[in-house]
Design a protein. Structure first.
Length: 155
């Protein structure tokens, strides 16, 4: 007598195949996001052009509306440099500070434009273009901080 042959479960094979396809798709998405390179900020057109104090006041007045309007947009900000920070030897951050509220905008320069940022001095009137990361109100400090990334000096 022969023993009956057990049928393989076709649904198990389909589930494993679907799982494998899903893993490959997710790995591809992760790779795309992790290696994404942004275009040079200097060559991009600004979505908005504003004065530093006016931008700060807009965030102080209504940070939710300002975040909705400006976050992840390229913005050209004109103003007088209040402070320069060097978090390390390979970076420079430019700050515009509102003397009334103490709130400020901080620009982190793009690697390719770091030399331009290092040549700036406190008190210089400049026009800086960058990608707005948004603003946050600190109830502890009682001020608003607006972050910009990939900044470049606009000439």
């Amino acid at each position: 007598m022969t023993e009956p042959v057990k049928k393989k479960k076709p649904w198990l094979k389909r589930i494993l195949t679907a799982f494998l396809v899903l893993v490959v798709i997710l790995a591809g998405i992760y790779w795309y996001v992790a290696t994404e390179e942004f275009s040079d900020t200097k060559s991009r057109d600004a979505d908005y052009t504003v004065k530093a104090v006016e931008l700060i006041n807009e965030f102080v007045k209504n940070d939710s509306a300002a975040n909705k309007k400006y976050t992840e947009k390229i913005i050209m900000v004109n103003g007088r440099i209040s402070e320069l920070e060097a978090p390390d030897t390979s970076a420079v951050n430019v700050k515009f500070i509102d003397p009334v509220s103490g709130s400020f905008i901080i620009f982190a320069f793009q690697d390719s434009h770091l030399a331009e940022g290092k040549n700036l001095k406190v008190g210089d009137s400049v026009s800086i273009k960058g990608s707005c990361s948004g603003g946050q109100y600190s109830s502890i400090l009682g001020l608003t901080k607006i972050d910009f990334k990939r900044a470049a000096l606009n000439k």
